[in-house]
Design a protein. Structure first.
Lengths: 135, 458
């Protein structure tokens, strides 16, 4: 369990340490304001996630896992930009990688949401089941 | 709007983020869960549509190809039988992590060392976590699909090799951050991560899969969150973090349910342990079908305790039929579910829900244990370690301290078991030798179907 706690902490720590070295004028580089904002978002999302997910009953742990899987298919939006942009060099390679990323993210998005819904449809209350059985 | 396409884009992302959180909040109760997931799916659509109008996107051919192929694979993957959920989920962890790694790799190919140290660090973490999750999840899926043997694969010097690999992976990462122009360090790190993922999962036994699944879920999520840092994209950070923390919480819960530390699960090679138990003595009492049928038919309360054996025998529908019949006769029927029963968190709940068991009849371990002394018959279906009283009574047992479903407190116990051999973990189960316990050998599905017929005749 200590090791588990260590992972997100190490993640935050390394992000912080790397930020210390930043600040070059390069356009692509994080500017400090954006970085701080991103860290806020990360920290708040972590707290929110902890609060929301602790309330999910063990009954729904499998749907939870497939739902978060589908949601993390959001890396789709990063993939889309890579697959559709124009670059000065490495155009083909970037497009191929982007295309592969779009494919794998889309698998999770469609498959994840569909199977989660399929599973959740099966969780029924007692009354509903009895009505169905009489048919 | 025309002047500021970025506002439109950010607005869709903000909406998506809120919908994701509300969607997960819906999962706190089965009644609101479906509506929640529809909200989350709507959020995903909003983000997807918004991104299609991203100012940097100039051509749509590769996007269209990816979306079509992805849907063509994703939709059939949503149609797998419920018994295949664990391997399906492991595969989707692999796809999620693959997407994140590909984005990271592409960003590096395109921008090289111009990203600056912070983004490079996030990118490195993204590719490292992503790559090890890809191979780790594939191995987990292969084990769950039984394409590989499920028992731990161990060899001499395994721990040393793992440690060496881990250290070289981190070293290459640091070297790459110091010399960002040397692509070799980056690709070396990725290669180490791929190999590390394989080596991390092969020594883990199939019974420990719930922990591994949760952990890989967490890594896949954190990898997406790191992508968010690389692309300065908040919705990616939020969705990735939610996924990462969900996996993290599930890992903790699964470890607690086994009374083991995560280190022990990952490096303990559990299931390869032999000869540490005391070899419970005595004889097992074999029951006839009719005996069990009479017991069940005249009971006031029956508790079914399913385990992975129910999934392998596909016996969930047969359980439900027997349960129905007993309920019609006025028997109170409940299902006691241990958090680590099966191969992923919540596995048994989904199988029983598939078989039309109402969720109000599914009880968590802490809810069912106080009910057991008042239970006439506890029926154990393909479960072993989760009902092993050694965990409670024998401090020397390898599973000592693990919370169990205390079926031995019931007035009588019927164990449905394929044969007389030891269970998956190789541990002897003293429950089978207790005087309250009777064994009913045979395939769980046909035993249950025969039982249903026998109860009808009583």
């Amino acid at each position: 369990m200590n090791l588990l706690l260590f992972q997100p902490l190490a993640f935050i720590a390394s992000v912080y340490m790397l930020a210390q070295e930043g600040g070059s004028a390069e356009k692509l580089v994080f500017n400090p304001a954006v970085l701080i904002a991103s860290l806020y978002v990360f920290a708040l999302a972590a707290f929110l996630g902890y609060q929301v997910i602790s309330r999910v009953p063990p009954l729904l742990h499998t749907p939870l896992m497939s739902a978060t899987n589908a949601i993390s298919g959001i890396s789709l939006i990063g993939s889309l930009v890579i697959a559709g942009s124009t670059y000065e060099n490495h155009q083909t390679l970037a497009e191929l990688l982007g295309c592969a990323a779009v494919t794998s993210a889309m698998i999770n998005v469609t498959g994840g949401f569909l199977i989660t819904d399929r599973m959740l449809k099966m969780f029924r209350k007692k009354e509903v089941v009895k009505v169905g059985e009489k048919k | 709007m025309n002047a500021h396409p970025a506002y439109f884009l950010e607005a869709t992302y903000l909406v998506a983020s809120c919908l994701f959180v509300m969607g997960l909040k819906g999962l706190s109760h089965p009644d609101t869960a479906r509506r929640g997931m529809i909200m989350a799916a709507a959020g995903m659509c909003a983000a997807l549509l918004g991104t299609l109008f991203h100012p940097d996107i100039h051509h749509y051919l590769y996007i269209a190809i990816g979306l079509v192929i992805g849907s063509a694979i994703g939709i059939p993957m949503a149609m797998v039988p419920m018994t295949a959920m664990p391997q399906r989920t492991a595969l989707s962890h692999a796809f999620g992590a693959l997407a994140a790694s590909m984005v990271g790799l592409a960003e590096y190919v395109i921008h090289g060392s111009n990203l600056g140290p912070f983004k490079m660090g996030a990118l490195g973490l993204e590719v490292m976590l992503g790559s090890l999750t890809v191979t780790g999840s594939l191995i987990a899926a292969a084990k769950l699909q039984e394409m590989m043997r499920g028992t731990p694969i161990q060899f001499k010097g395994q721990q040393v090799l793992n440690l060496a690999l881990f250290i070289s992976m981190i070293t290459l990462f640091i070297l790459w951050l110091i010399n960002p122009a040397t692509a070799g360090f980056f690709y070396g790190m990725a290669a180490c991560a791929f190999l590390f993922g394989v080596l991390l999962v092969i020594p883990i036994g199939a019974a420990d899969m719930p922990v591994v699944m949760s952990l890989l879920n967490s890594y896949a999520g954190l990898s997406s969150a790191a992508t968010g840092f690389v692309l300065s994209n908040n919705v990616l950070i939020i969705a990735g973090t939610l996924d990462g923390f969900s996996g993290f919480i599930l890992s903790i819960l699964m470890c607690k349910a086994m009374n083991r530390s995560i280190t022990n699960v990952l490096f303990g090679g559990f299931g390869a342990v032999t000869g540490t138990d005391q070899g419970a003595a005595g004889t097992m009492r074999e029951l006839s079908l009719d005996d069990v049928a009479v017991q069940l038919a005249y009971a006031n309360q029956v508790v079914f305790v399913p385990g992975y054996g129910m999934a392998t025998a596909q016996a969930q529908h047969a359980v439900r039929e027997l349960g129905n019949l007993l309920e019609e006769r006025g028997v109170s029927v409940k299902y006691g579910i241990h958090p680590v029963a099966g191969r992923m968190p919540g596995h048994m709940n989904v199988l029983l829900a598939e078989a039309n068991v109402p969720y109000s009849s599914l009880y968590e371990m802490d809810q069912i244990n106080p009910e057991l002394p008042a239970t006439d018959v506890a029926v154990v279906i393909g479960a072993n370690d989760v009902v092993n009283p050694d965990a409670r009574d024998n401090p020397k047992s390898p599973i000592a301290g693990m919370p169990i479903i205390e079926v031995d407190r019931a007035k009588s116990v019927v164990v449905l078991k394929r044969g007389k051999g030891k269970g998956f973990s190789g541990l002897e189960n003293p429950l089978f030798f207790k005087s309250v316990t009777g064994m009913l050998y045979g395939d769980a599905k046909s035993s249950l179907t025969n039982l249903t017929q026998a109860v009808q005749k009583v």
